[in-house]
Design a protein around this ligand. Structure first.
Ligand code: IPD
Ligand code: CA
Ligand code: CA
Length: 266
């Protein structure tokens, strides 16, 4: 499908498309969808489980020697420098409420660094993907981050904490910092992998969230960087995949936001 991209990316993209089809079948009959609770404000539905099964089977068949870490079923026993991070349905809360903003996210890391990623929104039929050194695409068209470098004009996406209280204090400080800076606007769309893809495609100028998991970020982060954007934790460090604290934007806006946050968060 994507001739100049690797077989790994093509296999991940096909798995995401197949999982997306299954997700849409469940979406058309939400009234009978089985939803289970995993923890406080944390749900899994049969759509998440079925999508994960489709993806892990496809990836294991093609790359049995790669490690897999998937949100619902955890990690396999394989030891490898290559690791897939799978979020079969990012935006489950949106999904079960019938809000059409959710996606499949599949990222591949080598030595813990994302090297390719696929994010598929099956409702809008939008497939975002990227591979190290090859650029980022949305439905086969090159995408780039927005040019906006002024906080005052920037539209940010964010994730408001709703599971753990740990981050709510510092989160509110970040929100206050951008509100005090009179930023253009702030959106809470509800699927982090898509938020990152929207930064990559210039729909959002920036995005930040705390406490994300590697399966939320692995694919989206390479899509952002291959679209010319910058991604770090909210202190500007590179270890966002471990900390789960993420700020993504074009390099100028990113610098400006980090500078403002550092002044206000100390
Ligand atoms: C969640 C979504 C949400 C974000 C949460 C994630 P899930 O993923 O990405 O936007 O705010 O932090 O956990 O649970 O729907 O896969
Ligand atoms: Ca997720
Ligand atoms: Ca999920």
């Amino acid at each position: 499908m994507y001739n100049s991209y690797s077989p790994q990316l093509n296999i991940a993209a096909n798995a995401a498309l197949l999982a997306g089809k299954s997700i849409m079948r469940f979406y058309s009959r939400l009234e009978t969808l089985k939803v289970m609770s995993k923890g406080f404000n944390d749900y899994v539905s049969e759509a998440d489980q079925e999508a994960e099964k489709i993806i892990t089977e496809a990836l294991m068949k093609a790359y049995p020697q790669y490690k897999i870490t998937a949100e619902e079923s955890g990690s396999n026993d394989v030891k490898s420098e290559y690791e897939w991070f799978i979020d079969p349905l990012d935006g489950t809360t949106n999904f079960i409420h019938g809000i059409p903003q959710f996606a499949v996210s599949i990222g591949l890391c080598k030595d813990k660094v994302p090297i390719l990623g696929v994010v598929y929104d099956p409702f809008k039929n939008e497939l975002f993907c990227a591979e190290k050194g090859k650029g980022a695409l949305m439905n086969e068209k090159k995408i780039r981050v927005a040019k906006c470098s002024s906080i005052k004009k920037a539209v940010f996406g964010t994730g408001i904490p709703y599971r753990k209280k740990d981050h709510s204090g510092v989160y509110i400080e970040t929100l206050r910092t951008l509100m005090d800076a009179r930023c253009g606007s702030i959106r809470r769309l509800g699927a982090a992998a898509l938020d990152l893809s929207y930064v990559a495609s210039g729909r959002l100028d920036g995005f930040w969230e705390f406490n994300l998991k590697p399966w939320d970020i692995a694919a989206g982060s390479i899509i952002v960087s291959e679209a010319g954007g910058h991604i770090s934790d909210i202190n500007g460090n590179e270890n966002y995949l471990e900390t789960g604290n993420v700020l993504a934007a074009n390099i100028n806006l990113h610098e400006d936001v980090i500078e403002k946050l550092q002044k206000n968060l100390i």
